[in-house]
Write a protein that binds this ligand. Sequence first.
Ligand code: ATP
Length: 716
Amino acid sequence: MTSPQCARAAAMALFCIRRYGEEDGQEAEAEGRARVLLQRLQLQARARQQQKQREAPPQGREGPGGAELSPAGQPEEGKGKRKRESEEQPSAHRQKKRKRKLEPRSSSEERAGTEEAADGSSPREKKKANRRKSKVPRERTEADSEEDIKQQDNRNNFKNKFNKRRKADEETQGDETEKKESSEKDEESKTTEEELPLVASGEGANAPSNMMILGGYDAKPVQKVQPFLPQWLAEPKRVQKRIRDNLCPVRDVPGIHPWLLKKLQRNGIDSFFPVQAEVIPAILQSAANGYLLGRGGYRPKDICVSAPTGSGKTLAFVIPIVQVLLDRVVCHVRALVVLPTKELAQQVSKVFNIYTDGTGLKVVLITGQKSFAKEQEMLVEKKVTGYCSLADIVVATPGRLTDHINQTPGFSLTQLRFLIVDEADRMIDDMHQNCLNQIVKAAFQRENYSGSNMLFQRTKPGPLTAASSCSPQIPLQKLLFSATLTQDPEKLQQLDLFQPRLFTSVYSEKNRDGTETEQDNKYTLPEGLSQCYVPCDLNSKPLLLLYFMLKMKFTRVLCFTNSREASHRLFLLVQAFGGITVAEFSSRLTPNERKRTMKEFEQGKIQLLISTDATARGIDVKRVNYVINYDAPQFIRTYIHRVGRTARAGETGVAFSLVLRIQERRFLRMLRDAGIQDIKKHPVKGNSLKPLVQQYEGALCKLEKTVKNYHQLSMA
Ligand SMILES: Nc1ncnc2c1ncn2[C@@H]1O[C@H](COP(=O)(O)OP(=O)(O)OP(=O)(O)O)[C@@H](O)[C@H]1O
């Protein structure tokens, strides 16, 4: 049929339908149907015409009548008419039309598309043709309507299935296996939806039909990612934090040597603190076979202890080590304690000296405070038969220790039974990690001289075999202690721990009903510690310190700054102000000056000690009443160790932090992240500081003169 024929047929159809429509009185509906029919006929004609054109040789862009054709192959007039018609169409019909547009292209249509692509027409023409296709309703055949029915059935089936699955998913949320099933189902439905985008567009009401909607995700519960911790870290042995309520009489702790019990009591220790009551028996038990492997060739488990500052961790390792070594016959280095600073090493060696006094056990301190040669003389003695160890217990700082491992002939760690890493989190830092590796390497080094030692030579730990368990072995047991022990398994793995056991402090709170709830914070602070922070500005910081010392009458104050320069400046300023016995403590001082200063502070001769972080860790000074963070600490671990210089051994103490207003949010967030909530804001009014201002300005002038004189003297 040609176009004029087609138009005639359509007009006829329109006439017929109008007649019936008028007779039925359904004018609007009849008009709509007539138009649809007209469009169909027009499309059929156009399709035939295109078919003919394809078969005929290409004739350029002119139509058979020579008139300029619209992209649809129709005069422009016709296009305008169609547009008008479509605008006039009733809404029900338009919806039907839109639905048809949304339907997927049938395979025949796809084929037509590819055929068109292969017909040699220009890309622009193809584009126009495609656009045309999307504008006009498709030609519908009987086959199409059959296919439509099938598709409709499929869609209905799918919808039913999909709804059922979603319902099932909702019912089975949280169940692992069923979750898997549902994800499998989702996978299935995803594939089906890809095939039937109309269903998806029905689900996601406003989604464009050409977008693939991945279904079912909103129905899935969002799983919270939990950090994976090995069992020993996830389920530690919990130790009570409250010291005073949980004291354990020394005689009640099983397995302690009577000689040591007496020694403890002579030193004023009648009861053990909770951490000692738990850790001492655990170490003793692991060393039940002296310093050889346990029954059946089992290696003792390594032990990690994370307990608050001042909770008595030192005695928790000193007592069992001294007890295990009490019966030793030959002197060898059996215990090695590594600490990050000289002062700490000195403090720990003092405690060892107290409890080894009268036992014949020798404790040697190697920190570099004495000359290297002197330290060598303390460690080994050369005899005709070879080198002999003069130390049973070595307390050392990492640097000096590695020097002795590498340069002191006869200094051997091959009989080492205990490696104690105090302030372990700091020691795991990259700086000291190398030292720990060197110690382990030296401990498993083969000795190059023969003798009775051969009997107890050890091999690197490996799987337990008949051969490895037939000769007596000396195991190396690691004991790690800190108030801020890392719980990062990756970091701890660097220490190559063997079946470690973790002892960690908890704080349990009594509920109204008498039950107790344990608070599981990342870090625990001493029970008797009160924390305050003072929001301030930079200029008022020195005045605040003077106010606390002079007006609030603070005594025995340990004040921390962030650098040794800051410590020195503040010390000079307070000295110039007058009225306060003040001293500074930093690496500016010689070891002897540091020792003297610390002693005077302990004796109460110094009321204010201004220090760098050199005294922040481990230093045990009796009766420090206040800690003042003059400069707010940058890291949570620094904060915990600094404030832990007070409220030790179950005593009370107060920590004040001067926090610049600009730092306030970050500072509080840092504490909150570590689970520290009980810090109080303690604002100090400007009026309270006013009486100090005049004298303070005088002190500044005095300080300026002192500094100038100092520079002139140093220039001369
Ligand atoms: N059982 C006890 N009875 C009385 N005092 C004790 C007892 N155990 C330890 N102390 C005292 O408690 C104080 C703190 O002990 P220690 O220095 O071992 O604490 P710490 O846990 O190592 O602290 P830090 O983490 O700051 O190093 C010390 O002065 C020590 O003498």
